[in-house]
Design a protein around this ligand. Sequence first.
Ligand SMILES: Nc1nc2c(c(=O)[nH]1)N[C@H]1C(S)=C(S)[C@@H](COP(=O)(O)O)O[C@H]1N2
Ligand SMILES: [Mo]
Length: 205
Amino acid sequence: MTEPPISRGFRGRGRGDQSARVPPGQHLVTDFPVLSAGPTPEPDLSGWRFTLEDGDTPLGAWSWAEFNALPQTDVVVDIHCVTTWSKLDTEWRGVSFDTLLEAAGLSEPPGPFTLIHCDGGYTTNVPSEDLVDGKAMVATLYDGEALHPEHGGPARLLVPHLYFWKSAKWVRRIQFLDEEQPGFWEENGYHIYGDPWREQRYDGD
Ligand SMILES: Nc1nc2c(c(=O)[nH]1)N[C@H]1C(S)=C(S)[C@@H](COP(=O)(O)O)O[C@H]1N2
Ligand SMILES: [Mo]
């Protein structure tokens, strides 16, 4: 079958060739499933801090008010969960990783790898280069509203080009590392990188 000549950057919401946007082994959903390895933490905005660290050295820290005063970015992206659901055209607002680096006075990531830390102890690893150049943000709004606690509110990482387990909910700390350190699912049989287009679901895929 020949593909119609649709430009990926020029598609209307809900139109165009949707099948070309669904990675192998995935199916589309219109609801928004909740997947958490543990309980949803109680939101506590007064105690909330977001920190960037190079190893154990602090690079920057923001209170909830300070974080929300940073320049905000809007994105509309497709997301892909390793449990095989994909959801098209999800709308998010938050602080791009590039803005965070800049706010910390950095022109580039200080290390090639990151480990992402969350309230509740969940972790995931993402290479630094997969977070820069508009590829990732810390999102605080979904679909124009404060991110629901079940979906990671007050703030979650959003790395839509990787399987959604990399989009860590209740994110609090991004730690730069010189060597790759696997996170929670990566230590439990899932792929160290997790590219949905190469179907990197499990270790060894
Ligand atoms: N802190 C934390 N983040 C997490 C998870 C988790 O269990 N804890 N689950 C991951 C997985 S496997 C997926 S598919 C998505 C699910 O996000 P959702 O519940 O908003 O759909 O969150 C990811 N981020
Ligand atoms: Mo997932």
